[in-house]
Design a protein around this ligand. Structure first.
Ligand SMILES: [Zn+2]
Length: 379
């Protein structure tokens, strides 16, 4: 399985200037290739290379950089076509789609640039990289990362890394390729209910609350309101930074929760059952303040963190039908709206079983997980 490690670069001012000029030049070259692709209709990498490689070399790009630029454009066209096909830009008559189809793809001056091992080498012990730029090769560019990331890089880094400039800071996003871990036969399933007040609840009653996160969100929302009223350039910059910071904090929270859940499943030899959350936004109807929280809360991110951590640990994962998990009694199976007298309470009108609503839901998810696994592994 593939995953990425992001490390922060600490270039000197001179090194940063060279990196910046390189991104600029690569993206100008990419714009040029995109214009060729647009006017000729050629978007396959191989054919596009025949059309544009010589021109890029003349501009002074190295052979590797030229090839990466061409591949970047070809990939962008593949993505655009897939998006058009999937209807992500609307029907053929929508202005957005017409705009996208009637001009070449444009690259931001600082759009990320892929590097392979020939134009980027890692000196992990020294904590530096050597990287190609239009001003020649830069050696000894320092980077920082956690011990865990360092271990991951040294054991599993393969292939390309992306050079990224974000809010004035430099990053390398390296691809790591981990061997697949064989799946262990699960001894039961750990049911996980994803929610708003409690971000994740397991059938055993462990509740991972979003209290810290929701407090940060609330504070930021107030701040945003004040900044948006200002409409100055610096206010806009600050807003952008706050948004990124909030997203990072949310991702950290999700990582921690996902890790706890996967560790618990691993410790008890169980698989993990999650609700299939496709279309959660359409399904969930909430009062307005909660809807905002739900909207900004990324269930899918937590779900995907759990999925990849489970896969890394060889833990079985099943997605179950989410219908009525919160209204069904996990003891007798009776389903009804009246079983939910309050947001947090579950009380079965048929057998009298009472439990925290999220815990009851997680138990239903666990038993659906067992059933789902049995069906899919019957053969
Ligand atoms: Zn019941």
């Amino acid at each position: 399985m593939k995953l990425v490690v992001q490390v922060k670069l600490l270039p000197t001012p001179e090194q940063a200037a060279a990196l910046e000029a390189t991104l600029r030049e690569c993206n100008q070259a990419a714009d040029l290739v995109a214009r060729t692709a647009f006017t000729t209709g050629i978007t396959r990498e191989y054919d596009l290379r025949k059309q544009t490689y010589a021109t890029l070399k003349e501009r002074g790009l190295g052979a590797q950089a030229a090839q990466h630029v061409i591949k970047k454009v070809a990939d962008a066209y593949t993505t655009l076509k897939a998006n058009l096909r999937a209807g992500n830009l609307g029907p053929p008559t929508s202005p957005r789609r017409i705009r996208a189809e009637n001009k070449p793809i444009a690259f931001r001056p600082h759009a990320a640039q892929p590097y392979d091992d020939r134009c980027l080498s890692w000196q992990l012990q020294a904590g530096t990289v050597s990287i190609w730029t239009t001003a020649g090769r830069l050696r000894g560019v320092a980077f920082i990362c956690s011990d865990q990331q360092w271990a991951m890089l040294s054991a599993h880094r393969r292939g390309e890394s992306d050079l990224v400039l974000r809010d004035g800071r430099w990053f390398l996003i390296a691809t790591c390729d981990l061997p697949d871990v064989p799946l262990a036969e699960p001894d039961g399933f750990l049911g996980v209910d994803l929610g708003i007040a409690n971000i994740a609840t397991t059938a055993e009653g462990t509740r991972h609350t979003g209290r810290g996160l929701n407090a940060v969100r609330h504070r930021n929302r107030e701040l945003r309101r004040r900044l948006q009223a200002k409409k100055t350039k610096s206010a806009k910059r600050l807003l952008k930074r706050r948004r990124r910071k909030e997203a990072r904090f949310a991702a950290d929270t999700n990582h921690v929760i996902a890790k706890r859940i996967v560790t618990e499943a691993e410790r008890t030899g169980r698989g993990i059952a999650l609700e299939d959350l496709h279309g959660i936004r359409e399904r969930v109807r909430l009062r307005k303040p909660q809807r905002v929280t739900l909207h900004s809360w990324s269930f899918h991110q937590l779900g995907s963190f759990i999925a990849y951590k489970a896969r890394r640990a060889g833990i079985a994962l099943v997605y179950v039908d989410p219908a009525h998990t919160s209204q069904q009694c996990s003891v007798c199976g009776h389903t009804g709206r009246a079983n939910r007298p309050g947001q947090a309470r579950f009380c079965c009108t048929s057998c009298g079983f009472a439990e925290h609503a999220d815990v009851n839901a997680a138990r239903n998810i666990a038993s659906r997980g067992v059933a789902g696994w049995a069906v899919s592994h019957a053969a």
